[in-house]
Design a protein around this ligand. Sequence first.
Ligand SMILES: [Zn+2]
Length: 105
Amino acid sequence: MSRRKLAKHSNYKCRVCNQSLIGEEQLKVNQIVPKRLGGDECYDNLELLHQSCQLQHQVLLEKYGEGKELPKVNAFFNNNQVEPNSQEGYKLMKEAFKKFRYQQV
Ligand SMILES: [Zn+2]
């Protein structure tokens, strides 16, 4: 897996803070659809985030995941008649992530 390819895929921007990925801060590979929802290790499901931003993302998944809100996430995919681990699924998840308010986590 090439990080450069992933960075290019996100236009060298971090999805969480909207800042450039090119800088001092450490980067982490993030799984868009989490493994427990059937997310894959393929390029479509991976993105580069700043380390601190990825942490925020993880906190958010803890809050909404781990069985608490996971049925809601699954229902969300069902309502859209999309498999979570499909290309459309990843797209849908990305769209949903955009609506999250990371700063409040
Ligand atoms: Zn960031």
